[in-house]
Design a protein around this ligand. Structure first.
Ligand code: SF4
Length: 447
């Protein structure tokens, strides 16, 4: 390999072989060490020979023009000798410098993006998993039942809702590279997961922080973007449920995928209120969107869509008029599943400084009015499912039958279906004829 570059000595074992060329300063060297440490812990072998490697990583330096030249030379050498090349490091911050000259490199990531590099390696040469040796299963350690799993796609949030302190606790949005998320989803599905629950603080903003960085994935290019992620997850053999989506205009494209059956026709969208004045005081993302029109348009585009949301009543400054506006909105929107919270002053939240604190007894009274209206709506919406045969995923086996969920019910937060039938086990998806309903749950028999 390149003479003046740092490269690995040979470390052998059973896993796929990785070659690495590390250029640049000590910071870049530390990045390389971290990448190698992670890959070794996953059982990869290291090789100093291009020809032996399943994939070659080139960690570039972009400090001076001469360093850039040297990096491009190293990439060219690895491309000629091996052809499967992942580029990372300082030059990766401007990927077009590399892709223009070497359009066939497999992935380009910037400095310190260890996870993305490791994800790209997984993509080209998946780690060998030995269930007799590895203490951790291939899909990691999960605290959920075996048949469903949460898939976290980003951390932090770029919004500044006045009632929330998450951005000050977790910082701005940092999206995981899409190939890493997809590789994790694939491992989950291969490990027996039947339902993936996509979570983050602001799912529809996924990838904004990376400028929607593209990566190669299964012979195509996939952007670190909400729609691309949904499309690819939709190709996997699992239910895909989307949580914490905000009503940005591009969500319409995802609703189309729902109608095509690629992702579940379920959208968890925290509206929090309907009065423009309250939403403005909350500084909610997309607060200027005409949400009622959006809800109607989504339902027209995907008639089976279940919409889940949460609301806050008694937010500082909420007048009786604002609250009634919310109730009117609810009557028109007819959301399927709704949670409601009475506003609480969280230490450190900006909303605490807003004028017009709502007395506790008024919050309580609004909460009950809100919930009784929603119960009525929910009862009516569930009653429309009676007589239909729906796919139901089985969560538990009780003494009096099974407990499962339709595509319109997320675990833990929505209702359930009590199923009479035989021979089912946890994680099975059964066709269930719905025979009755109440305000939260459904009842039915297997067919
Ligand atoms: S409530 Fe607002 S600020 Fe808090 S995490 Fe959600 S979108 Fe971000």
């Amino acid at each position: 390999m390149k003479k003046d570059a740092k490269q690995t000595t040979e470390i052998t074992g059973d896993g796929p072989k990785v070659g690495i060329v590390s250029l640049g300063c000590p910071k870049a060297l530390v990045d390389t060490e971290r990448i190698l440490t992670q890959l070794r812990s996953e059982g990869y072998q290291l090789t100093p020979q291009y020809e032996d490697a399943n994939v070659v990583i080139v960690n570039t330096c972009g400090f001076l023009d001469s360093a850039k030249e040297e990096s491009l030379e190293a990439i060219g050498e690895a491309m000629d000798a091996n052809g499967k090349v992942i580029v990372t490091g300082c030059m990766g911050a401007e990927p077009e410098q590399i892709t223009k000259k070497f359009p066939k490199v497999l992935a380009v990531t910037g400095p310190q993006q260890y996870e993305a590099v490791v994800g790209a390696v997984h993509n080209v040469a998946p780690p060998a998993h030995d269930p007799f040796v590895d203490l951790v299963p291939d899909y990691g350690i999960k605290l959920t039942p075996r048949h469903y799993a949460y898939l976290k796609i980003s951390e932090g949030c770029n919004n500044r809702c006045t009632f929330c302190i998450i951005p000050s606790l977790r910082g701005d949005l940092v999206s995981r590279p899409v190939i890493q998320v997809l590789a994790e989803a694939e491992r989950l599905v291969n490990g027996g997961v039947k339902e993936i629950l996509v979570i983050s603080q602001d799912t529809s903003a996924y990838g904004v922080d990376t400028k929607y960085q593209p990566y190669p994935w299964r012979n195509r290019t996939v952007r670190t973007k909400f729609i691309d992620l949904c499309r690819e997850l939709g190709e996997m053999d699992a239910w895909v449920r989307l949580h914490y989506v905000y009503p940005y205009p591009h969500v319409d494209e995802v609703v189309e995928l729902m109608n095509e059956g690629k992702v579940l026709p379920y959208i968890d969208i925290p509206f929090q209120h309907a009065s423009p004045a309250v939403l403005k005081n909350m500084r909610r993302p997309a607060h200027q969107e005409k949400t009622l029109d959006r809800v109607k348009a989504w339902r027209a585009a995907c008639p089976d869509l279940t919409i889940r949301s949460t609301f806050i009543v008694g937010f500082p400054g909420e007048t009786e008029e604002d609250f009634e506006m919310l109730l009117d909105w609810m009557e028109e929107a007819e959301l399927d599943r709704v949670g409601c919270f009475k506003y609480e002053a969280v230490a450190g939240a900006k909303a605490n400084d807003l004028p017009g604190a709502v007395p506790e007894e008024v919050k309580e009274e609004r909460f009950h009015r809100f919930m009784s209206l929603q119960q009525e709506i929910s009862r009516e919406r569930l009653a429309k499912k009676v007589g239909r045969t729906l796919p139901v995923i089985i969560d538990n086996m009780g003494t009096e039958g099974y407990v499962g969920r339709t595509q319109g019910d997320a675990p833990e937060i929505d209702g359930v279906v009590y199923v009479t039938g035989e021979g089912l086990k946890q994680g099975d998806i059964a066709n269930v004829k719905i025979t009755s309903s109440d305000e939260y749950d459904l009842f039915g028999n297997t067919v």
